[in-house]
Design a protein around this ligand. Structure first.
Ligand code: NDP
Ligand code: 2IT
Length: 457
């Protein structure tokens, strides 16, 4: 490849980064979530870049912000009444410099190319930060699983995978779950992949059932990992989760297992939500009820009050951040916690905010947390436990072995500690002590960038 001879090497790093950002805006004018994710990374690495002009000279950023490829396709399916529906399927294979493309699938009506690109870009940095050999990807469809029958979900998954099967593979691209895609969907998707390829290629998916190649602990990994990360943040402050008041948004995979581990470590988790509203139970949420409602019965969170009339239900999920707490964990979706919510949390004395979801805090909210000395754990570090255990699942599939839950959990704890330490160290190296946003972005970026430069790709 041609190494760019940047005439603007003499100009400031800031104007160089601005030119990268302007190009992204021009090339993908409507992709606001993607713009936000790119801007956050560029802002974070600015102090590091001015000390390492080689990254500018080799044009690595120009390459990093452009996905290697995006595949879009038609997903036709039949509902239970025999009506035809058509959704749009996506897979963005963002970066394969350090390993095969890796990242989840999201089924949600809001899915579009902006959401895919922001998630694929973030995944690239996150995966590098885990220290494992996984590149970045994301996929999904603008399909709404809410209210669909089991057979409709199965038909949709089969139609989606009939096309995607041609683009993935155990050494090429390995999908997993995300919003709207859990163990049931992974089962249907994997089954369809096997029909297309006529071989048992376990490593092509992670998050599989443990009876057909799944890893113990993958279901719990993201939520548990977030709490292990928070434990490190607290340790730095000479504190622990014991008796802390915690609020967690969402009530899906990440939220439920974050709640479970937080309770196990002595916290009082008082609130969680779904997209309709939130529940507040000041004496502590009863997790078995939430699990039954959300994992077994596909119910709305307001149903919690049927068994727990002492709790309160409030319509509108964003108002959850008005509840006083020590620790806030946004675990639902992007941009769910804005500047106003951050102000409320700070006024109520929050000390730690960690992102279980991807990009749940707006940039304005993050700036406020950092300015006011709130300890802030960014998504690419705090929720990396899910994909880290996915990589452990791939390792088990390659070796045709199965580790116990305890073995996987021990490895997860170690990985989260290392991610925390590496992020803190990277921040310190550039005089940004304690800024985990900068530290995580710098550490993740450096690994991918070095691999891209070394390979000339
Ligand atoms: P689930 O589908 O299991 O749960 C999502 C939860 O968030 C539900 O409670 C859902 O409520 C709520 N939610 C979704 N969209 C919205 C919205 N637009 N507004 C308000 N609430 C919403 O997904 P996961 O728990 O797997 O994912 C949650 C977040 O964590 C996502 O940002 C995902 O990218 C991220 N993540 C997931 C990982 C994983 O391993 N699963 C790994 C790392 C990050 P409702 O049911 O009403 O829609
Ligand atoms: O955002 C994420 O890290 C995930 N949805 C998990 C990806 C994976 O491949 O396990």
């Amino acid at each position: 490849m041609v190494i760019k001879n940047h005439s603007n090497l003499q100009t400031t790093t800031a104007s160089y980064l601005q030119s990268i950002y302007t190009d992204v805006l021009q090339r993908s004018p409507h992709e606001v979530e993607f713009h936000q994710a790119v801007k956050s990374l560029l802002d974070s690495i600015a102090p590091m870049l001015s000390q390492h002009p080689n990254y500018i000279k080799t044009g690595v950023l120009e390459r990093l912000v452009e996905p290697e490829r995006m595949i879009t396709f038609r997903v036709p399916w039949l509902d239970d009444q025999g009506n035809v529906h058509v959704n749009r399927g996506f897979r963005v294979q963002f970066n394969s410099a350090i390993g095969p493309y890796k990242g989840g699938l999201r089924f949600h009506p809001s899915v579009n190319s902006s959401i895919m690109n922001f998630l694929g870009f973030t995944q690239t940095i996150k995966n590098a930060l885990t220290g494992q050999a996984i590149g970045g990807a994301k996929g999904g469809a603008d399909f709404d699983p809410k209210g669909k029958s089991d057979l409709e979900i199965m038909r949709f998954c089969q139609s989606y995978m009939a096309e995607l099967a041609h683009y993935i593979g155990a050494d090429l691209d390995i999908p997993a779950g995300d919003i709207g895609v859990g163990a049931r969907e992974i089962g249907y998707l994997f089954g369809q992949y096997r029909r297309v390829h006529r071989q048992f290629e376990a490593g092509v998916f992670t998050g599989k059932g443990v009876d057909f190649g799944g890893s113990h602990g993958r279901t719990e990994a993201t939520g548990y990992g977030t709490i292990y990360f928070v434990r490190q943040m607290l340790k730095q402050l000479g504190d622990s989760l014991n008796h802390k008041t915690v609020i967690v948004s969402g009530s899906g995979n990440v939220s439920i297992f974050a709640i479970e581990k937080a309770i196990e470590l002595g916290a009082n988790v008082v609130a969680c939500s779904d997209s309709d509203g939130y529940i507040y139970d000041k004496n502590g949420l009863h997790l078995p009820t939430i699990k039954r409602l959300k994992l077994d019965e596909d119910q709305r969170i307001c149903e919690y009050l049927t068994d727990h009339p002492e709790a309160i239900y409030v319509e509108g999920c964003d108002r959850i951040w008005g509840i006083p707490c020590d620790i806030a964990l946004p675990c639902a979706t992007q941009n769910e916690l804005d500047e106003y919510a951050a102000e409320q949390l700070i006024d109520n004395g929050v000390t730690i905010v960690a992102e279980g979801a991807n990009m749940p805090c707006t940039q304005e909210a993050i700036n406020l947390f950092l300015d006011k000395g709130v300890s802030f754990g960014p998504a690419q570090a705090a929720n990396a436990g899910g994909v880290a255990v996915s990589a452990l699942e791939m390792a088990q599939n390659s070796a045709r072995v199965a580790w116990s839950f305890e073995q996987v959990d021990q490895m997860l704890q170690k990985i989260m500690k290392t991610i925390y330490e590496n992020s803190m160290r990277a921040a310190k190296d550039y005089d940004l002590d304690g800024n985990l946003v900068a530290g995580a972005n710098i550490a993740g970026f450096k690994r991918v960038a070095d691999a891209m430069v070394a390979q000339g790709i």
